[in-house]
Design a protein around this ligand. Structure first.
Ligand SMILES: C[S@@+](CC[C@H](N)C(=O)[O-])C[C@H]1O[C@@H](n2cnc3c(N)ncnc32)[C@H](O)[C@@H]1O
Length: 296
């Protein structure tokens, strides 16, 4: 859907480990350009290295930008860089969730952190131990889609009075103590939804996505625009809250005459891919082609 062509500029809003960027690099070739953006400095370095490796002698120009993709359209506009293709592959990368020190996983004990951007002021522990019960319940309900958000929030407030909740294992244990037996048999750990809700809140994931979508809706062609006329933009989301926002924004590009939606329904991983890469199961890709003068 990105349809990379030689000499084009590819902007990876979420460079991660450079998997997608490495696939695009040989297609844009030495006359092309790969812009890598990530909030995680470590991943940004790994992505650049991966692109350099696959690009070899014909490596495109590589530009690295550390930051939130909410800021990226403005940064690119200021630098006079226009994307012919852009991709946002939302959420976290495997090496982040598998690192106990990041505090993202209820399967691995570690500090209750969850910040993808180490520069953020508040960690998950700050929220869990500091927010009023009603606000905690709102986060668990709205971002975690936890049906028993009120009960979980009440239990968290009781538990933190005994001792602060500072590790992923303790958070998971408190959540499970409320939910075990309530949700019926399920292959999903009862802590899953609460962890998702807190992670989304800590990283303001929906706020960042909305800012990026607004920048896509502004279209191409305007002075300082970050998208070239005909730019293809793809977004991979991993839960319904994100997918709903993406779907609505892409439909709006069409209704405003700014873009043409390339995915009638979201593209998903097929059975063999889901088997070899279970984390692809919940991924949904939607894409849009942004028009030229229409978007001005
Ligand atoms: C699913 S991974 C991307 C994997 C990548 N497509 C690849 O092929 O390796 C998501 C990445 O996005 C980064 N990220 C998440 N939210 C971000 C944001 N708001 N701004 C910039 N980077 C973000 C994470 O740090 C992580 O490295």
């Amino acid at each position: 859907m990105l349809s990379p062509r030689e000499g084009e500029t590819y902007v990876d809003c979420t460079a991660g480990l450079g998997g997608h960027a490495s696939l695009v690099a040989p297609l844009v070739g030495a006359s092309g350009r790969i812009v890598l953006n990530d909030v995680d400095d470590g991943n940004l370095g790994k992505a650049a290295e991966a692109v350099r490796r696959t690009g070899g002698e014909h490596c495109p120009e590589i530009v690295t930008i550390r930051g939130n993709f909410a800021e990226l359209p403005r940064t690119l506009g200021e630098r006079g860089i226009r994307a012919d293709m852009a991709l946002a592959d939302l959420g976290f990368s495997s090496n982040q969730v598998d690192d106990p020190a990041r505090g993202l996983s209820f399967r691995l004990d570690g500090p209750l952190d969850m910040r993808l951007d180490p520069g953020l002021k508040l960690s998950a522990a700050d929220l869990v131990n500091g927010l009023p019960e009603a606000e905690l319940a709102r986060i668990l309900r709205d971002y975690g889609e936890e049906r028993h958000a009120g009960l979980v929030a009440r239990k968290l407030v009781q538990a933190r009075k005994e001792t602060p909740i500072l590790t992923t294992a303790r958070l998971a244990e408190v959540v499970r103590s409320v939910l075990s037996g309530r949700s019926g048999p399920s292959p999903i750990d009862p802590a899953t939804r609460s962890f998702q809700g807190l992670r989304i809140a800590v990283n303001d994931e929906l706020g960042s996505l909305q800012a990026l979508l607004a920048a896509i809706l502004r279209g191409a062609g305007a002075p300082g625009s970050w998208l070239s006329a005909g730019a293809r933009v793809a977004i991979i989301s991993f839960h319904s809250l994100e997918d709903r926002l993406v779907k609505r924004a892409l439909e709006e590009t069409a209704s405003r005459g700014v873009g043409e939606v390339l995915t009638r329904s979201p593209a998903m991983a097929d059975e063999p891919e889901q088997r070899t890469n279970p984390r692809s199961r919940s991924a949904k890709l939607r894409a849009v082609r942004i028009g030229g003068a229409l978007g001005t």
